[in-house]
Design a protein around this ligand. Sequence first.
Ligand code: BGC
Length: 485
Amino acid sequence: MATEARPTTDEGGRTGKVGFWLLMVGVVIMLAGLLFGYDQGVIAGALEGIQSSFHLSTTMSEVIVSWVTLGALFGALVAGTLADRIGRRTTVLLAAGLFTVGAFVEALAPGTAVLVVGRFTVGFGVGVASVAAPLYAAEQAPTRLRGRFVSTYQLAITIGIFIAYFVDQHLTNNDAWRGMLGASAVPGVLLLIAMAPMPDTPRWLIGKGRRDDAAKALHKVRPDVDVDATLDAIEEAARAEDADRASWREVFSKSLRKPLMVGIGLALAQQLTGINAIIYYADTIFAKAGFATPADQAAATTWAVGGVNVLATFIAVAYVDRFGRRPLLLAGLVGMTVSLVTVGLCFHWMDGADTSGAGTGGPTTAGIITLVALVVFIASFAFSLGPVVWTVINEIFPTRVRGRAVSFATAVNWGAAFLVSQFFLTLIDDIGTSNTFFLFAAVAVVSFVWISRKVPETKGRTLEEIEAIWEHHDPVATQRAAGEL
Ligand code: BGC
């Protein structure tokens, strides 16, 4: 049996069957995504209740919204070191524990100070999980499923956002915010339960010199793969590299500059094209577009933003390993640019027109076009930058620095999310709604040009083959010359 194996780490296994434990890896990544998404979405509806319970000032409201993102930024930074030191599995467990505790603190908070501590703790847990869980899945998944596993994570994020919008829309009594925030303990506890019986990744165990444990782990999750040949290949890629010795300095070393720039660039492109301005402020945008009643706004947000986000993510889950990363990213950016420009034009038009009629019975024509354009934007993001950015960030770094490098790129992502969500309303006040959307469109155009030149295709390559891509002076040009693009 062993002699038939090809000497790559990730050939899909002889039967290609997805066994129980591999499925459980999918469950882990799903729960981590749910937890991330729920917390992204929930505050939109919880804030009003919190404001009336605690009589919050504007600044305090902003702190309560944004400290989750801030906590996540720090969590993401720490997660890389943790994932390299104590392992991917223990790090996910820790994140789930922190998250659960944080959710209870939020739900029971007697005042704002405790609530802020709860928000930060939850954010910290989300940040740690946002690094450790995809890393865990990328390292456990066979090559042919890797993209799909990581995009399952994105699918779960979008489902989490949708559930949060839905819960928000339906819980309306005054103290409901405690239930909304406390409910996020559910995915936390489920994640703890799902992760407990799982082994760590063979790659991490090999890095720690624990080949026997790596063999057991590999055999458990991928029983149909040739254990020795696979571990040999992992060892070869990790040879002469000790996970502990990979310092932060190394993450920023010249030899890693190319993948690091790709990771940072993609993280920035994902956030600075405005996705979270829409996720957090959809109600506000729809109100400006003439959706007069809060019920209309909430319905538009839940279905046009939340629902479409989930549906379009299925496209990526199905096709990311078939079409490849680059075509999805580039196609998505075209759709995003067109819709952002359309939204900008509509607001320009509405600002010029007399919008006082908005209250007379529903959205104007420009309002309807804005809704359609936002649906196109969300759909385009959801099949491209949403999932693919996470997939690529988790596969482009060499094993010995993967933990820290991924955590750095993820922290950049959270930092950019923090900036956009913090300053979106200010930008609207300062330069106007239409110019704000034109600005996002400009970032989308720049991202398109940069991706087409700098982001190589990673579809169908083992993690070890991807390491070799960076040895070329210009990876994209090399792939193009070889007829691979
Ligand atoms: C992003 C989040 C965003 C979500 C929307 C994710 O890929 O990282 O910031 O809220 O997509 O679906």
